[in-house]
Design a protein around this ligand. Structure first.
Ligand SMILES: Nc1ncnc2c1ncn2[C@@H]1O[C@H](COP(=O)(O)OP(=O)(O)OP(=O)(O)O)[C@@H](O)[C@H]1O
Ligand SMILES: Nc1ncnc2c1ncn2[C@@H]1O[C@H](COP(=O)(O)OP(=O)(O)OP(=O)(O)O)[C@@H](O)[C@H]1O
Ligand SMILES: [Mg+2]
Ligand SMILES: [Mg+2]
Lengths: 223, 223
């Protein structure tokens, strides 16, 4: 479902060019569960942002669901994101002045859903163990609770592809296991494609295949 | 150096009371290296904020360096923070419109240091592996790089106490080891007291004593 070919990403900082991805090629089948590992700064989030249509590649080709998305405009990318991708951000990206409930409900509004939004959002928060925190705003939540709100928000539209950028970095191992159970359950029940960036080898061990990234290049890919 | 007795912390959200710490008592000796572990939401960051004089306890007693800090006003707490404590925040708390260099330099300005600030800040960033990223602003850095800027900033004044709230959550295991080497080196060379909140048992294993927190209470403390 995802085909990436020779992707480069060069950030421009004034006159300086910062190469973040230096020619990345791989494929992900529909319904696959893969993990991405690599040192801090190696390009994992950059790659996830391109896969999730949040950022543009500098060169190369990205085919998503048989459609070339490499050269779409911002509105077209936004539409693909809303319809196909659930994204758990490394820094959560929650609205700090809205409650957990309102944060999780937001994708439902964008999807034009008019019925039962509150119930659906509450259920999603219960599924990540936050049923008793739904009216707290992000500054009134612990780091791991904020992370779980971000996870609940990514799942709420039952997207075909879930991209999770270090989803358990702020969680104790038991909460981390519960999140993996939840994600793997979606894969099992709905065939959701999962791409999980992680620094935790125990999380990676629960995925079918691990891609190692190093200095913007894929070093190896093993199952 | 740190004596905490029967500390409670109750957050108020409108009419609702959220108990975060329910009577915590422990002592930390000068030069000790301890870790704090516990489930997400159990009260670790709340405890760290009280120890670091960033937040007030609801009841109980906190003696720091033989001085009762339980009832100081905001200015007095700020002074203690600047002089004695280096804090690595779980969510980094970097200034997003300032470079890494400016962020790390900030505590030196507050301490009234007028000479060599840039060199000292650059050296601190090199010590966490970010010598080639000093002019990047936080949005131009990876998650783990932002975490390392936060660490460099906490160390720059060579404080007597370092409080690190999940300092390796966004780091691969090798970068995490390098950070632990750095922190333990400060303890060895300067007798810096280290209190490290972590979800990683391998990090905790490198500390002399681990305190387990559960639902706002200390469950056990073992070496
Ligand atoms: N400002 C606040 N208002 C209300 N409740 C709060 C506030 N800050 C934290 N809490 C609650 O207090 C409890 C303890 O929070 P704390 O941040 O100390 O947890 P933690 O142990 O650091 O968790 P994590 O491992 O997820 O970072 C949580 O249940 C949280 O929802
Ligand atoms: N907006 C930007 N401008 C310039 N350089 C950037 C920008 N964003 C990221 N970078 C650089 O690109 C490189 C890759 O960043 P990326 O966020 O993809 O790393 P990562 O593998 O996710 O790391 P981590 O594990 O620390 O999250 C880093 O060296 C970073 O400094
Ligand atoms: Mg990243
Ligand atoms: Mg915390």
């Amino acid at each position: 479902v995802i085909k990436i070919k020779d992707i480069t990403k060069i950030y421009k900082l004034g006159d300086i060019e910062v190469p973040a991805l230096c020619g990345v090629t791989f494929k992900v089948k529909k319904g696959e569960v893969i993990s991405i590992m690599g040192p801090s700064g190696s390009g994992k989030s950059t790659l996830m942002n391109i896969i999730g249509c949040l950022d543009r590649l500098t060169s190369g080709e990205y085919i998503l669901d048989n459609e070339d998305v490499s050269n779409l405009d911002d509105d077209q990318l936004a539409q693909i994101r809303n319809q196909k991708v659930g994204f758990v951000f490394q820094n959560f990206n929650l609205l700090s002045r809205s409650t957990a409930l309102a944060n999780v409900e937001l994708p439902l509004r964008y999807a034009g859903i008019t019925e039962n939004r509150i119930e659906m959002a509450q259920k999603a928060l219960e599924s990540v163990g936050l049923g008793d925190r739904i009216h707290h705003k992000p500054p009134e939540l612990s780091g791991g609770q904020q992370q779980r709100v971000a996870i609940a928000r990514a799942l709420i539209n039952n997207p075909a592809i879930i991209l999770a950028d270090e989803p358990t970095g702020n969680l104790d191992s038991r909460s981390g296991d519960e999140i993996m159970e939840l994600l793997l359950g979606l894969n099992k029940d709905y065939g959701t494609t999962l791409i999980i960036v992680t620094h935790d080898p125990k999380i990676a061990a629960r995925t079918a295949r691990t891609i190692q990234i190093f200095d913007g290049l894929i070093k190896e890919s093993k199952s």
